[in-house]
Design a protein around this ligand. Structure first.
Ligand SMILES: Nc1ncnc2c1ncn2[C@@H]1O[C@H](COP(=O)(O)OP(=O)(O)OP(=O)(O)O)[C@@H](O)[C@H]1O
Length: 636
């Protein structure tokens, strides 16, 4: 039957000057359900200290407290949290409602730590508010209520989890006469329902209202007066099964608080977003510029094909011939997919209708030529065909140069015979296309070889066009070829090198931009520290209601995380939008998306935001979790 037994409690405080202040000097008492006990005594007599011990908020004492036969001394911190959640309801002199939660949400805090479904929790909270006469006002905030109304909310909150013991510290201390009577009536009703109500009071009138008065003097229980019999308990009301805060509840609380501090959080979000925006924009710009350079260079020439010659001693590469052995050696290098014979033609003369036009520099067709360079027609892959550059064709017909398509022209090509004597090769060939490149004519190797053969000259290649599998293979191929003493004129390796520099530059710029992220991290730290300071009381209330230390930590970390995700997302949207705008403008000049925000950057940005928030919130969240609940509750 005994609900609460207090056995020989001794408690002393160790003061800062090294002295020991004994407060409780061996308290013994037993309390039963249905009692409305008033604890009275001189100020400083140890009443609140005893209450804190009974409530499981203070475990630094000698003696023992047992509740339903369970010793509090045997409980660790988490057990005590659970004990408070399931067995204790608090009512304070200064109400201690959480100001940024509605009164319904205040009552729901305790209920959210039960196994009830959410709708049952809400229903029960509404019912409790109705019982204390506050139905229809459930969505107002505490500061919209009178003192008496606030204390009713506190009573509803204390009753939420159906605890067996209600601890009320000066419950009417801040109320006028009428409200005092109403609150006392409520407390008495609670006792009639089989709860043990223990109220600390200085008022004799309040003390007389209860069923029993316990008097403390200098740490001794010197008087224990039974005024009335305890209310008989017909059926002991069941306590709800408790559980710790759900993660969802913590997030909702974090969001509620953030909403309350909208202005501050908006500023942090803006600050962080600018950091993320700058970093992402720099990375996207680096990628865009790299891509643009590659696009521009490889737009004119195929970057995976390199032209390979021997290093000529006199500098005239065109004169050095490539042998079948060279073809064999190059074919054997890793990643090489094709080796084509090629012939440099310093000058090709094109004759049409008796008119001669000379090209300045030409070479036989190979894979370095891109089809997209063709304005019209096709590449000269078939024998006896030629592709002329637009400017050469225009020399025959300025306005309708394409009229030359399909016409036969005579070409003259300089070559040398086996004795290195110059020979002029000549052939009638078909114009099959026009290229954007300037001042050139393109014939296939087979065409030039056939022209030579017609004059009993065997054409020897002066270069080989070597194609590798992918752009990333170009560098290693070129390194190998150079080792074999070949000379290379591929564009792929230039693209690679330029891209490396551009990437490096964009990383440096992104790094500089990231400094603003450090500033945003510091802002989060400062704001969270301030928040721990201003919410000390709230933390005390939550801890008194049985919220675990780890949940308090999660609450603060969640706020920082939400901020991190918010500002990363906002920064990303900014980067995307400015990227779009810059690309629209840039396309008029470069016909290329110069800002390229890829999914990888988005993941990077969100991760950065989350990690910065985690790191920034670590110390403030730890400080919040470590607050002593008694000190936090008495924080002014
Ligand atoms: N954390 C603490 N550190 C040092 N001394 C403390 C601490 N808390 C309370 N005391 C001292 O212990 C004594 C008892 O305090 P307590 O608050 O329990 O008294 P009380 O009877 O509730 O007083 P009141 O009626 O004025 O609220 C007081 O002298 C107080 O100064």
């Amino acid at each position: 039957m005994n609900v609460l037994e207090i056995n020989n409690i001794h408690k002393s405080y160790h003061l800062a000057d090294g002295t020991v202040l004994p407060v409780l000097n061996g308290i013994n008492a037993t309390f039963v359900p249905g009692e409305f006990v008033s604890i009275v005594g001189e100020s400083g007599g140890g009443k609140s200290t005893l209450m804190n011990i009974i409530a499981g908020l203070d475990s630094d004492y000698l003696g023992d407290v047992s509740v339903n036969g369970h010793s509090l001394k045997q409980m660790n911190e988490r057990d005590l949290d659970q004990y408070r959640r399931e067995n204790i309801g608090f009512i304070f002199q200064s109400f201690n409602l959480i100001s940024h939660l509605t009164i319904l949400e205040n009552v729901l805090i305790g209920l959210e730590m039960t196994t009830l479904t959410h709708s049952d929790q809400v229903e029960k909270a509404q019912h409790l508010l109705a019982e204390v006469g506050l139905d229809k006002r459930e969505n107002v905030y505490p500061n919209q209520l009178s003192g008496g109304q606030k204390q009713r909310v506190a009573i509803a909150r204390a009753l939420a989890t159906d605890p067996q013991i209600i601890i009320a510290d000066e419950p009417t201390g801040a109320l006028d006469e009428q409200n005092t009577q109403e609150i006392l009536k409520l407390l008495d009703t609670i006792a009639t329902k089989g709860k043990l109500v223990i109220a600390v009071t200085h008022s004799q009138a309040v003390a007389d209202y209860g069923t029993r008065i316990v008097h403390l003097d200098h740490g001794i229980l010197d008087r224990d007066e039974i005024l009335r019999k305890p209310y008989s308990v017909v059926t002991q009301s069941s306590t709800l099964k408790g559980r710790h805060f759900r993660f969802r509840t913590i997030i909702q609380m974090a969001l509620k608080h953030m909403q309350r501090n909208f202005g501050t959080n908006l500023l942090i979000t803006l600050g962080g977003a600018v950091g993320i925006f700058s970093v992402v924009l720099m990375l996207a710009l680096g990628r865009g510029i790299g891509g643009y350079i590659g696009h521009e260079i490889s737009g004119n020439l195929n970057p995976t094909t390199s032209e390979v010659t021997h290093k000529a001693k006199d500098g005239n590469d065109a004169a050095v011939q490539m042998t079948p052995k060279d073809v064999y050696k190059l074919k054997g290098l890793p990643h090489v997919t094709k080796v084509e014979k090629g012939f440099f033609m310093p000058s090709v003369q094109v004759q049409y209708h008796g008119r001669n036009v000379s090209t300045s520099y030409s070479q036989t067709f190979n894979r370095t030529f891109l089809r997209k360079n063709l304005i019209k027609g096709q590449n000269p892959t078939r024998t006896n065909t030629i592709v002329l550059s637009r400017d050469i064709a225009k020399k025959y017909n300025k306005h309708h140069y394409q009229a030359l398509l399909g016409k036969k022209v005579t070409v003259y090509v300089n070559a040398t015979d086996m004795h290195q004597r110059p020979v002029l090769l000549k052939k009638k060939v078909n114009v099959v296309g026009f290229t954007k490149s300037s001042n050139t004519a393109v014939l296939s190797w087979q065409t030039v070889a056939k022209m030579a053969k017609d004059q009993n000259v065997e054409l020897k290649p002066t270069f080989l066009a070597v194609t590798v599998n992918q752009l990333k293979d170009v560098k290693s191929f070129e390194a190998q070829a150079k080792k074999l003493n070949y000379k290379l004129t591929g564009v792929g390796s230039y693209i690679n090198t330029i891209n490396q520099y551009v990437t490096l530059a964009s990383y440096v710029l992104a790094g500089i931009a990231a400094i603003s992220l450090i500033v945003s991290a510091i802002m989060i730290i400062v704001v969270l520290y301030i928040s721990v300071g201003t919410r000390t009381k709230e933390i005390g209330i939550l801890r008194a209601l049985g919220v675990r230390k780890s949940d308090i930590r999660t609450l603060f970390v969640s706020e920082a995380m939400i901020l991190g995700i918010l500002y990363s997302a906002f920064g990303l949207v900014l980067a995307e939008l400015s990227g779009l705008a810059i690309n629209i403008v840039a396309k008029n000049f470069v016909h290329y998306s110069i800002i390229q925000v890829v999914p990888g950057y988005m993941i990077f940005a969100i991760l950065t935001g989350v990690i910065i928030s985690l790191v920034a919130s670590w110390a403030p969240a730890r400080k919040a979790a470590k607050l002593d609940p008694i000190e936090a509750l008495s924080y002014e």
